[in-house]
Design a protein around this ligand. Structure first.
Ligand code: HEC
Length: 146
């Protein structure tokens, strides 16, 4: 009897683990980036058409983009070593500017939203200039091994 309970427990545990993995809100870095692009384009469109709620929605999505999965973080950290701090700083800067864009949009302050939007794009390009190829190479290799 005891053994049957244990087996049932293990089976349920395994089933839950599989469900958790399947439904976890985890996008890989490339998918996160594709969402950042869509949201950046949406903000630009909102700014061009004075659609502040569109600007706010895009900014909110960028500010709250999904986390990079831990396995990918580890690969990036192994490649970048101490430079990981700079990589994270770019992400933090983009995050903070997205929050500022959202706040400006709520106040219908077009100039402030547009200025912070341009600064945010500088953050996208800044990280790409230094890290995009390097990190893509590491993660691409990992994807091939899966
Ligand atoms: C902290 C560094 C960093 C920041 C900040 C960053 N990116 Fe990226 N981005 C990357 C890396 C690394 C890749 C390569 C990912 C890969 O190929 O696996 C990438 C790739 C991309 C791609 C190409 C995806 C594809 O399909 O190949 C797009 C689009 C993109 N980023 C958009 C953005 C936008 C928009 C922003 C700003 C809102 C941004 N990124 C900010 C690091 C960054």
């Amino acid at each position: 009897m005891q053994e049957r309970i244990n087996i049932t427990f293990v089976a349920v545990f395994l089933a839950l683990t599989v469900v958790h993995v399947a439904t976890a809100d985890e996008s890989n870095l490339k998918e996160i980036m594709q969402e950042l692009r869509d949201d950046s384009v949406a903000i630009f469109d909102g700014l061009l058409t004075d659609d502040f709620s569109k600007v706010a929605r895009g900014a909110d999505r960028i500010a709250n983009h999904p986390q990079i999965p831990p396995a990918q973080i580890q690969l990036v950290a192994a490649e970048l070593g101490p430079e990981m701090a700079t990589f994270k700083q770019f992400d933090t800067s983009v995050h903070d500017l997205a929050v500022s864009i959202g706040a400006a949009a709520e106040e219908k302050d077009h100039d402030r939203a547009a200025t912070n939007y341009q600064r945010m794009l500088d953050g996208c390009f800044g990280c790409h200039a230094v890290y995009r190829q390097r990190v893509a190479a590491v993660l691409g290799g990992a994807a091939a091994q899966e």
